[in-house]
Design a protein around this ligand. Structure first.
Ligand code: HSE
Length: 431
């Protein structure tokens, strides 16, 4: 049986999971794929810490460049993360005509075009299945299973850390910081958790999905990104009282020749399938014009689930290489080159949840309702949560009908200027 050599760059959470999985499943993969996948090298600056995987001593090295150059390594797996050394090594591997597997969403969201072009130039494959959705092979679904569809929309819960935090805040009434610490301990969170809680990790993934679905990868700084930092337990509770659960939702959708790409904490009706996606689980609901709605659910973070998808990619490449398929597999996005544009944030229409802290006095709610009305934003439900006349401001929650974001923002500016609310109003989208 032909042997295909693998070199892993980065022996952290994911790298160790991939090494362990390749060693444990070598035989079953050989039977399934007809190729013997051999772990040749694992590189990391720290090769002394125990990662819970029994990797032979001669496989470990601190010299990542030697792994890329090693003639016995056919597939280079990048699990370092970030855009510094990881980018340099991925480009070096592609230039050396090595196939690459990466789980690095930040790298692809920021430099995808450069990296995919390098792969195309060398005529080798780059697979990135674990860059979105961890253990859910959603990339493969878009690339293969749904390739005959016009994709109308993708709604994704794509960050395990945020979903874990939101779930425990809602269920247990725990404070944000305490739950974040647990997510870090469980290996869900990024080294810099701001990427998770400020929504950028989800935005990276949304950009990759947009590239696959529409051949359109927006610049990250053009994408509307709202995270969950500062989300109040009060809104989690009021949303629940109204029959909703708050999730950090990625939206990738197309209407005409405009693509919407955004990340927002969003109220999801409790009877919607996405509202049932809890803890560190992820899901993506994809609507194709032929398939209609399909949904993919699984563990979006963590060592073994992410390793599962990385190893699936390695298996695919190994099978191609072993069976003489050296042709470039077009696993990368087919760029639409100017045929679509990003939809302006103000043009996006949605229902909204609004919370104001109002003085409990005559005319306060009237001022809010009048400003919304002047800008054509129609209220579908309004409730004052408690009554403390003359004392502290009271929360007033309004649900709107579908309204354009620019109209709502103009109304909120008027409400701020009217002085009825001391605190910044809370505005959340409703699915
Ligand atoms: N930090 C990410 C998450 C890991 O929490 O989902 C998977 O990309």
């Amino acid at each position: 049986m032909k042997q295909i050599g693998v070199g892993i760059l980065g022996f952290g959470t994911v790298g160790a999971g991939v090494a362990g999985g390749l060693l444990a499943h070598r035989e079953v993969m050989a039977r399934r794929l007809g190729v013997d996948i051999v772990l040749r090298k694992v590189a990391d600056l720290d090769i002394t810490t125990d990662r819970g995987v029994a990797v032979p001593a001669d496989v470990l090295t601190t010299d990542a460049e030697s792994v890329v150059a090693d003639p016995s390594v056919d597939i280079v797996v990048e699990t370092i993360g970030g855009t510094g050394i990881a980018k340099k090594l991925v480009l070096a591997a592609l230039a050396a005509k090595k196939c690459v597997v990466t789980a690095n969403k930040k790298l692809l969201a920021e430099f995808g075009r450069e990296i995919f072009d390098a792969a195309e130039k060398s005529g080798v494959d780059i697979y990135f299945g674990a860059s979105v959705g961890g253990g859910i092979p959603i990339i493969r679904v878009l690339r293969e299973g749904l390739s005959g569809n016009e994709i109308e929309s993708i709604y994704g819960i794509l960050n395990g850390t945020c979903n874990y935090i939101l779930t425990r805040m809602e269920r247990e009434g725990l404070p944000f910081d305490e739950v974040l610490k647990d997510a870090q301990r469980l290996g869900y969170a990024e080294a810099n958790p701001s990427l998770d809680i400020d929504g950028f990790d989800t935005a990276h993934k949304a950009c990759i999905l947009s590239a696959l679905a529409y051949g359109f990868q927006p610049q990250l700084d053009q994408v509307q990104v709202e995270g969950i930092r500062g989300l109040s337990g009060m809104d989690v509770k009021f949303a629940a009282d109204l029959g909703y659960r708050i999730k950090l939702l990625a939206v990738v959708a197309k209407e005409g020749d405009e693509v919407e790409v955004g990340v927002h904490p969003t109220l999801i009706p409790l009877d919607h399938m996405l509202a049932g996606v809890n803890d560190a689980f992820n899901a993506a609901m994809v609507k194709g014009d032929l398939s209609d709605r399909t949904m993919y659910y699984g563990r979006g973070a963590g060592r073994e689930p992410t390793a599962s998808t990385v190893i699936g990619d390695i298996g695919d490449i190994a099978r191609n290489l072993a069976h003489g398929e050296t042709r470039y597999q077009r696993a990368v996005p087919n760029y639409a080159e100017g045929r679509v544009a990003l939809r302006a944030a103000g043009d996006i229409a949605s229902k909204f949840y609004l919370r104001f802290m109002l003085e409990d006095r005559p005319g306060a709610i009237g001022a809010v309702a009048a400003a919304l009305g002047r800008h054509g934003v129609s209220i579908s439900a309004l409730s004052q949560k408690g009554a403390r006349e003359g004392k502290e401001p009271v929360p007033v929650v309004a649900m709107t009908h579908r309204a354009k974001a620019s109209a709502l923002d103009a109304a909120l500016d008027e409400i701020r200027a009217s002085g009825v609310t001391g605190e910044e109003p809370v505005k959340l989208r409703v699915l």
